[in-house]
Design a protein around this ligand. Structure first.
Ligand code: FE2
Length: 280
């Protein structure tokens, strides 16, 4: 489905912006389903209100979420006493990480045409969708995501991870759109997030500094736009201090022809193996 020009742009810049990729009805269905999931979420389950062993419970909430649908709160959602500062619906940072496999609405959203053809055009011969995230970037408290490369979290040999980032609302400089370094995917992988049992650590692989602001470009995107980018593309997003949210949905996809590292935090067992874009 990509033209030769679009493939060349992806190879050169490490990303491609596809406006109008998702129809308004698909976006509305995804947003309504996300709102229902948050409505059913009890923040106490996530351990965020417990003072004793809070860190351990929050870690478990994350580490066990690779094959589940779980809500995570914004860092600034709680007051010093551990209470929500504002309505629950305005406090959730994201829903993750197996929406695409466990929720019928997000299963459809994640595998609808022309996604299988697009993945093939991007060079994913045998795609595996490891992770889905519905990101809220809430008004006022939507947190910053510092410079990083997604391949740090999904190591394969060779590197194959590709990110699919769907704008569900207009993403602008005001509400925390993505920023990326064009061509930066041709540089080294700087870090690697490693899990050993219940312990995780961020290892430095290469001391190359992160890009400075002058070489970053904002990827402003209207609702319905799909941004696809290479796993080594350096990117970040600023905090959202504006009055409007910036909902987005992401998929992280590797190629099964490349070995998936056993040290990656997200592993799938036989009960719910990672699979590609083909419908059930
Ligand atoms: Fe990222």
């Amino acid at each position: 489905m990509l033209s030769a020009d679009q493939k060349a742009t992806f190879a050169r810049d490490g990303y491609l912006v596809l406006p109008g990729f998702k129809a308004a009805a698909e976006i509305a269905a995804a947003r309504a389903r996300a709102a229902a999931i948050v409505d059913a979420f009890d923040p106490a389950e996530a351990g965020v209100f417990s003072t004793r062993d809070q860190g351990a419970r929050v870690d478990r909430w994350f580490l066990d979420s690779g094959d589940k649908v779980r809500c995570f709160l914004e860092e600034e959602a709680l007051d010093p006493a551990g209470r929500l500062r504002q309505a629950k619906a305005l406090s959730v940072n994201k829903i993750a990480h197996a929406l695409h496999d466990l929720d019928p609405v997000f299963d459809r959203f994640s595998r609808a045409d022309p996604l299988p053809a697009l993945a093939a055009d991007l060079g994913l011969a045998r795609p595996l969708i490891w992770q889905s995230m519905y990101i809220f970037k809430q008004p006022g408290i939507g947190g910053e995501v510092r410079w990083h490369q997604d391949a740090s979290f999904f190591v394969t040999d060779p590197i194959t991870v590709t990110t699919f980032w769907f704008a569900l609302e207009d993403a602008t400089r005001d509400n925390g759109c993505l920023w990326a370094e064009p061509g930066g995917h041709r540089g080294p992988l700087r870090e690697r997030f490693v899990r050993a049992g219940d312990a995780t650590r961020l290892e430095t692989l290469d001391p190359t500094p992160w890009p400075d602001q002058a070489s970053a470009v904002p990827l402003e995107a209207r609702a319905g736009t799909l941004v696809v980018f290479h796993g080594k593309l350096p990117h970040y997003s600023a905090p959202n201090r504006s009055a409007v949210s910036r909902h987005a949905y992401t998929l992280h996809v590797t190629d099964a022809t490349a070995a998936y590292a056993p040290g990656n935090w997200l592993q799938r067992g036989p009960a719910l193996p990672a699979r590609g874009f083909a419908p059930h």
